[in-house]
Write a protein that binds this ligand. Structure first.
Ligand code: NAD
Length: 468
């Protein structure tokens, strides 16, 4: 696969291998781009601003539909590519492609709804004789930086709203899983003016830094981990920032909950994409008097999960993104066991595979729940009271989403009020998102919201117009 700079595909002699975590085979190689390549991409995007800013919303909306149609034709091939480069099951890769098509559709629709507003200037003493309104104008060049786990849909969440707001983009996908994302950029470029979308690959230490510090870039839209987000924020200066960072999402199970429904939700939320989801269930907080029943059923469901070749439609869970990622999960689980947690099932690693694991009697200060564990682990924290459950839910530096299971509307209301998270889901796992809803965390989980309408709003600047 090649980079895309100013409408041309660009290769380099130096390359990086993209490895299939299931069998360690090389899926493809991508160019090891350097600072010169990013500089070229930024300059192409800067040039393309003139054409993009003059394009009608009607035409842009049509372009996004054309992109969607071409993506649809390539959907099965792209799903396969996602599975090969990430180890995600083919079923989940197909779901990602379905969602990607919908995110594009939503962007094409939202493209026609970029409104300013009339300002009641005469509400101020000095404003009597003037007429005032705002217009939303493009920011300019947007840098989009994405992680490995949803390589296509998360890219579309940045690229499509940026383009819909008449910006141009320099896109840097994850070097671990860049292939489907690069293909997406190429498909987009078939329909857009030259240079409107550019895609570069290379080491974050040079190309990432150049992107983040370039004065031509007006906004950085980043999805990834907290440490990377913090380092970007430190270097970005006055650029507009959207940071969609990690999560440590709690699922709270109160003692009046429908336990079967809660267990199904916990398993779905803990093990989706082998737990490598920002909104995966990462802590299960259960009221003590129902915990034994809950845990027994969760263990039963967990043992049914079939690990294997992610291309096989019968497989429920593939490997983690690489062996190192699985070792990190293994170490956290082993440390928790040493500190007194009870291993009820799983707990074993085979290369990049990590068995889905239920850990009971987890204490809130154990590393497995203190920080985000990006793997298929269900840590159970037992609490006595409802109040304690909310306190525990908030005992984290993160605040992305949270779920609570209860059949009592008053408890649900208290949960919504007390839990500090970007979304609180009642009787649903936090591992749920539609692509049009406002999505983005509190605390260290980030800054700003995505979800097409909200992302698009943040891809514009407001210009005030006053007519005397
Ligand atoms: P990561 O932070 O390691 O990498 C994300 C991207 O940043 C990659 O493209 C990487 O190459 C790039 N990058 C790394 N250092 C950089 C630098 N100094 N300058 C510029 N770019 C740099 O994250 P990851 O391991 O790919 O993804 C997993 C993380 O992403 C988890 O923490 C997960 O929770 C988070 N995530 C968040 C959301 C969300 O919407 N909140 C969604 C998915 C994943």
């Amino acid at each position: 696969m090649k980079m895309l700079i100013n409408g041309e595909l660009k290769d380099k002699n130096a390359k990086i291998k993209v490895i299939n975590p299931f069998n360690n085979e090389v899926v493809d190689k991508v160019p090891l781009g350097d600072v010169e390549d990013v500089t070229e991409a930024i300059s192409a995007a800067n040039q393309a601003r003139k054409i993009m800013s003059k394009m009608s919303s009607r035409k842009l909306s049509r372009i996004l539909i054309d992109v969607q149609e071409e993506l649809k034709e390539n959907s099965e091939e792209m799903a396969r590519l996602i599975t090969l480069e990430t180890g995600k099951t083919i079923r989940d890769s197909r779901v990602e492609m379905q969602r990607s098509l919908e995110t594009l559709q939503l962007s094409a629709e939202e493209c026609k709804r970029v409104y300013g507003e009339t300002i009641p200037m005469d509400a101020a003493i000095t404003g009597k004789s003037v007429f005032g309104f705002t217009v939303k104008i493009p920011l300019g060049v947007v840098a989009a930086i994405t992680p490995f786990n949803y390589p296509v849909n998360l890219a579309i969440h940045k690229l499509a709203p940026a383009l819909a707001a008449k910006n141009t983009v320099v896109f840097k996908p994850s070097l671990t899983a860049p292939l489907a994302a690069m293909k997406l950029a190429q498909i987009m470029a078939h329909h857009l003016p030259r240079g409107a979308v550019n895609c570069v690959t290379g080491l974050s230490s040079d190309i990432g830094d150049k992107l983040v510090t370039s004065p031509v870039i007006s906004k950085i839209s980043f999805t990834g981990s907290v440490p990377t987000g913090l380092s970007i924020a430190e270097k970005a200066g006055l650029k507009r920032l959207t940071l969609e960072l990690g999560g440590n999402d709690p699922l709270v199970v109160l003692d009046d909950a429908d336990i079967d429904a809660a267990v199904t939700a916990a398993a779905a939320g803990s093990y989706l994409n082998a737990g490598q989801v920002c909104i995966a269930v990462k802590r299960i907080i259960v009221q003590e008097n129902v915990a034994d029943d809950f845990v027994a059923e969760l263990v039963r469901l967990t043992k049914k999960i079939k690990l294997g070749d992610p291309l096989d439609p019968e497989t429920n869970m593939g490997p983690l993104i690489d062996e190192q990622a699985a070792i990190i999960v293994q170490n956290k689980v082993e440390d928790a066991i040493k500190e007194g947690a009870q291993l009820l099932c799983g707990g074993a690693r085979n290369k990049a595979f990590y068995q889905p694991t239920v850990l009971d009697e987890v204490q809130p200060d154990m590393e497995v729940v203190r920080d985000e564990t990006f793997g298929p682990v269900s840590p159970i924290i037992r609490v006595r009271t409802e109040k304690e459950a909310y306190k525990m839910a908030n005992y984290t530096k993160y605040g992305l989403q949270a779920g609570v299971f209860t059949q009592d509307i008053n408890r649900a209301k208290r949960a919504v009020k007390n839990i500090e998270a970007g979304s609180v889901l009642v009787n649903k796992q936090p591992t749920f998102r539609t692509d049009n809803m406002p999505f983005g965390g509190f605390k260290m989980s980030g800054v700003g919201k995505e979800g097409v309408k909200y992302a698009l709003e943040d891809m514009t600047r407001t210009k005030m117009v006053i007519i005397g």
